[in-house]
Ligand binder design. Structure first.
Ligand code: ZN
Length: 87
C-alpha cells in the first residue's frame, strides 16, 4: 500500500471484479486504473478477467463448447498457481 493511498496489488485484484462491473466510485476507478497502468502483472490479470467475462457473456448468449470451457478453466488454474507462487 502506497502512502498516497493508492491500492496495492492485492487490493487491485480484489477490486477487479467490481471494477469490471462498473460499480466502483469514480475515485476508486481512477486509482485502480492508475495501478493497472503501472503494474503489468495486475494488467495481465485484468486482461484475463475481462476475457473471461467475454467468454461467460458468450456462454449466456450461445452454447460454448466444453473444450473451450476446459481451456478457460485450465488457464484460470494456471493463473492462480502463478499468482500463488510468485512475488
Ligand atoms: Zn499490481
Amino acid at each position: 500500500m502506497g502512502s498516497d493511498g493508492s491500492p496495492d496489488c492485492e487490493e487491485t485484484i480484489e477490486r477487479l471484479y467490481i471494477y469490471l462491473d462498473g460499480e466502483l466510485t469514480e475515485e476508486r476507478r481512477v486509482a485502480i486504473q492508475a495501478h493497472l497502468d503501472d503494474c503489468s502483472p495486475c494488467l495481465d490479470a485484468y486482461d484475463f478477467e475481462a476475457e473471461l467475462r467475454r467468454v461467460i457473456a458468450m456462454k449466456c448468449r450461445d452454447h460454448v463448447p466444453e473444450s473451450l470451457l476446459a481451456r478457460v478453466r485450465r488457464a484460470l488454474e494456471d493463473e492462480e498457481r502463478r499468482a500463488g507462487s510468485g512475488a
